[in-house]
Design a protein around this ligand. Structure first.
Ligand SMILES: [Zn+2]
Length: 330
């Protein structure tokens, strides 16, 4: 069941954590914890440093953690997800204070865990209390905070694929959810310069758009309105290279390439990504790797049995790959 979170945002808002009653377990990482401690001295009863998101790690943490009254997740996606895991398993209250807005983990009910190096999702716990501390978040690298907007910009190509699946495969389509998603994309467009600056309004925009996206996807029971072929590009790149990337960078690459395959306002979406500062020319990805990712994309989507998308309806030709890679690296 979807539950709307209470969100408190402001400069230094995380200082409010000091007021938590009972034994608190803070789940964090060395860098965000140090940044937070520099602005607010608070010693919770227990502090746990997150190492990784392997399922074994989470299970042994849950088995060995002492009893506590409240769990606080302070940090990026892994810290928020580890706190969610503990709150879900122990059935206790949770407060999340993201130190970066690069992923939607502080808003979603699912927990991304790694089993044999691939990501699967477990759990079902909607965060109810969120503290958005501008001071904390603005100390993270700007490009990583901007990357959070990719999972909202992805609505552009995802809605195209959803309508395509409706028209060509008779897939269930919800015009209201599609409209709600489009409104989020328009809101992102209107606030692009604030997102680029990572201003308080830019941070609030990303958090609020995540909140809206999580809500309409929860009611729909699917992430169709924000997950289309652009995500397939991201998944295939990880599959091919076996390297780790910033999720938003790969989704931005997917937006750049798949909006062209869709012949869907590709210049407009590239311009929007420029205004936001999304890195569709992913750092540390070569032109050769982008070409290989596109050439193998059709085969990858059939093998991984993903949702219907432009990749199924439009052949990815050698000419398309050449032109797209040239445009990307021009
Ligand atoms: Zn995503």
């Amino acid at each position: 069941m979807y539950k709307a979170p209470s969100i408190e945002s402001g400069a230094g808002a995380a200082a409010k954590l000091k007021d938590l009653q009972g034994d608190v377990l803070a789940v964090t990482m060395p860098i965000p914890w140090k940044v937070f401690q520099a602005q607010c001295q608070w010693e919770p009863r227990y502090v746990h440093m997150v190492a990784d998101m392997d399922q074994d790690t989470l299970e042994s943490l849950e088995a060995s953690a002492p009893p506590f009254d409240v769990v606080v997740g302070l940090g990026g996606g892994s810290c928020c997800d580890t706190a969610k895991y503990l709150a879900w398993k122990r059935g206790c209250p949770m407060v999340l204070a993201p130190s970066i807005v690069s992923v939607d983990a502080p808003l979603t009910n699912m927990i991304a865990v790694r089993v044999d190096k691939s990501v699967t999702y477990v759990g079902d716990i909607f965060p109810e209390e969120l503290i958005v501390d501008y001071d904390l978040i603005r100390k993270a690298p700007k490009e990583l905070n901007r990357a959070g907007a990719a999972d909202i910009a992805s609505i552009h190509t995802a809605l195209y694929d959803w309508a395509l699946a409706r028209d060509e495969r008779g897939e269930a389509y919800d015009a209201t959810a599609a409209q709600q998603a489009r409104a989020c994309l328009e809101e992102l467009d209107r606030n692009a310069s604030d997102v680029y600056e990572v201003s308080p309004k830019g941070i609030d925009t990303i958090v609020d758009l995540y909140r809206r996206e999580v809500e309409f996807c929860a009611h729909l029971g699917s992430s169709r309105p924000e997950e289309g072929a652009e995500h397939l590009v991201a998944y295939n790149m990880e599959h091919l290279t076996r390297r780790h990337f910033v999720h938003g960078d790969l989704v931005a690459l997917g937006l750049f390439t798949m909006s062209r395959l869709q012949d869907n306002q590709s210049a407009w979406i590239a311009g929007l990504m420029d205004r936001i500062g999304l890195r569709y020319r992913v750092p540390e990805v070569t032109a050769q790797e982008v070409a290989e990712c596109l050439i193998t994309l059709t085969e990858f989507t059939r093998w991984s049995k993903t949702f219907y998308s432009v990749v199924d309806s439009t052949p990815i030709t050698a000419d398309f790959v050449d032109e797209t890679v040239a445009a990307l690296f021009s």
